[in-house]
Ligand binder design. Sequence first.
Ligand SMILES: Nc1ncnc2c1ncn2[C@@H]1O[C@H](COP(=O)(O)OP(=O)(O)O)[C@@H](O)[C@H]1O
Ligand code: SF4
Ligand SMILES: [Mg+2]
Length: 342
Amino acid sequence: MTFLELKDLRIHFPTDDGLVKSVDGLSFTLERGKTLGIVGESGSGKSVTSLGVLGLHKGGRAKISGEIWLDGEELVGASAEHVRKLRGKKMAMIFQDPLSAMHPYYTVGNQIIEAYRIHHDVSKKVARKHAIDMLARVGIPQPDRRVDSYPHEFSGGMRQRAMIAMALCCDPELLIADEPTTALDVTVQAQILDLMRDLQRDFNAALIIITHDLGVVAELSDDILVMYGGKCIEYGSAEDIFERPEHPYTWGLLGSMPRLDREPTERLLPIKGSPPSLINVPSGCAFHPRCPYAERTAGRSETEVPELLETAGGHRVRCHLPGERRRAIWEKEVMPNLEGTS
Ligand SMILES: Nc1ncnc2c1ncn2[C@@H]1O[C@H](COP(=O)(O)OP(=O)(O)O)[C@@H](O)[C@H]1O
Ligand code: SF4
Ligand SMILES: [Mg+2]
């Protein structure tokens, strides 16, 4: 059964410079117990999407259309008050920047206690015990003492863990983790990904992991959605994305992925150029100024927006190259090069 479904979600911001189309027609589904990885370079609309699901653009200047269905309820049309009540227990988010999620004037413990008591009718004492347990679970040393610290008394990594404790304290049914590991060292990264896996195993939670690094989601994801310029450009099972990727941008992400079997000194193959402006999105395929294969589509890449089309078994790709051409390029030109660098 589908637990979360986005249908043609659009989140646009009117600004003095023009309309920023941060999310421009995004659709996907997610079941309980499953993990979706959303991958793309900085500025592709990943964070705006997750804030949108949590209802955090409501009341702001964002123009939102489309549908967000969570466990049978539509949230785009729901009131801000109603969606607020769903946060914590029904859905929670680990934010990219812990300071933005924590109140500076309350102790870390009080913030977890308050979040817990919104959804659980328990005494302060019981909630405090739970807060200490949560801090211990995310690997904060001396949790019975640190529970009374303020966010600024924590180091960056500890603050990140405390925020994760806050997000996990009500065992959310949907957890969105927005670049949860970017600021952390490798050991802590692994611990945090383990915690999310525990949540999924113990509570059959649905997970969305957002990252700019395909390597982070390789092992964890059931499905992967690749975003570029506010749109989905490839969507499929993790196996589709790693074994038979079809979009030139995905090939670029694979080439720039740090890998354990590569020497750290070996040069990665970054994608040339920079991500598009979301105000003046390039005509046709938004990736065309950076795409090495654009000239092989008889001008269509520059003029026509490609549709997201299914190639096989739910694998979807937005590219004008015919399927056999893409597969031939992947097998003969791209894959051998990737292997050559590993
Ligand atoms: N409140 C806002 N007002 C105007 N533009 C915004 C706002 N929030 C985000 N954007 C723009 O939307 C685009 C996508 O941002 P974001 O979702 O944060 O990217 P990502 O998380 O993929 O790095 C960026 O161009 C960003 O500048
Ligand atoms: S549509 Fe054209 S520019 Fe876009 S990814 Fe495909 S080949 Fe490249
Ligand atoms: Mg972001």
